[in-house]
Design a protein around this ligand. Structure first.
Ligand code: ZN
Length: 277
């Protein structure tokens, strides 16, 4: 593990939400100047913009558009809402295609008014419904399991084992999984399950940050790599042994970091990436 070489800057991708105070144009300019090569675009940053021109702008800054965040939120006890969610996911696929990325991250959703089993069934059916559009657009759907503390409303898929089960059940090259260390670092089955999604060519994305101890806000207190208890190098070694060679995506939601000068934050991200990932 100590021999794991530091990852090169050519594999560094930032999620736009990590530097939320920046508009996408500012993010593109500053990421590019810092040597970042990839960007994962959150849909809110596209509001009011021409999506195709925005994609072009990102490419002109030398950024690869790694994925669009996010689709999902399929379950609801209300059938009309489930139908609306499927339509919304079809719009996300269109946006991804127009923007120029071949991947969408799925935060699958859950409805506390029904059982987790029912939510999981609706997630399966929702993803199955949009596979034809994903295939036509050449966009792969990455199921991201969320930490169980989000099982009430954000995702009924809480372990990589469940995400692998679902991807294998859907059994199409257009569906795989996203490994986010924040959600999965605690799981004793993580190494095996990373190996499993590697074997099935289902490992589509790798998200990093850190778990601060104590965590003061379960959504918006993610740590910078190296300031928490996640064994980042160990998990990266598993991901790479599973054959993953894609971007390493920094995804930090943090009320604290959003308050600071984002240029200084970006410098700290690049430094932490080289040192701790
Ligand atoms: Zn993530």
């Amino acid at each position: 593990m100590n021999q794991l070489p530091a990852p090169g800057l050519e594999r560094l991708c930032l999620h736009t939400i990590t530097t939320k105070p920046w508009k996408i144009e500012e993010a593109a300019r500053n990421y590019s100047a810092a040597g970042v090569k990839g960007i994962t675009v959150w849909r809110d940053t596209l509001e009011g913009r021409n999506i195709s021109q925005t994609g072009e702008m990102l490419h002109q800054h030398g950024l690869e558009i790694v994925s669009l965040c996010r689709g999902g939120f399929f379950p609801s006890i209300d059938p009309e809402k489930r139908k609306a969610a499927i339509d919304e996911n079809r719009r996300a696929i269109d946006e991804a295609f127009t923007l120029g990325t071949d991947k969408i991250v799925l935060v699958c959703g859950a409805d506390p008014a029904q059982s987790l089993e029912d939510s999981r069934k609706q997630i399966h059916d929702g993803i199955a419904a949009i596979i034809p559009e994903a295939a036509a657009a050449g966009v792969r759907l990455a199921i991201e399991p969320l930490h169980p503390m989000f099982a009430d409303t954000r995702s009924a898929i809480n372990t990589l084992s469940q995400a692998n089960d679902l991807a294998e059940m859907l059994n199409t090259p257009w569906v795989g999984v996203a490994v986010d260390v924040y959600h999965l670092w605690w799981d004793p089955e993580l190494e095996n399950e990373i190996r499993r999604c590697g074997r099935n060519n289902n490992l589509l994305a790798f998200h990093v940050c850190d778990w601060k101890s104590p965590t003061t806000d379960m959504l918006n207190d993610r740590g910078l790599m190296g300031e928490g208890c996640i064994p980042l190098k160990k998990i990266r070694s598993w991901v790479e042994e599973a054959g993953f060679k894609g971007f390493i995506e920094v995804e930090i939601f943090s009320n604290e970091y959003w308050k600071m000068d984002q240029s200084i934050f970006l410098e700290r991200i690049v430094k932490a990436y080289k040192e701790f990932v």
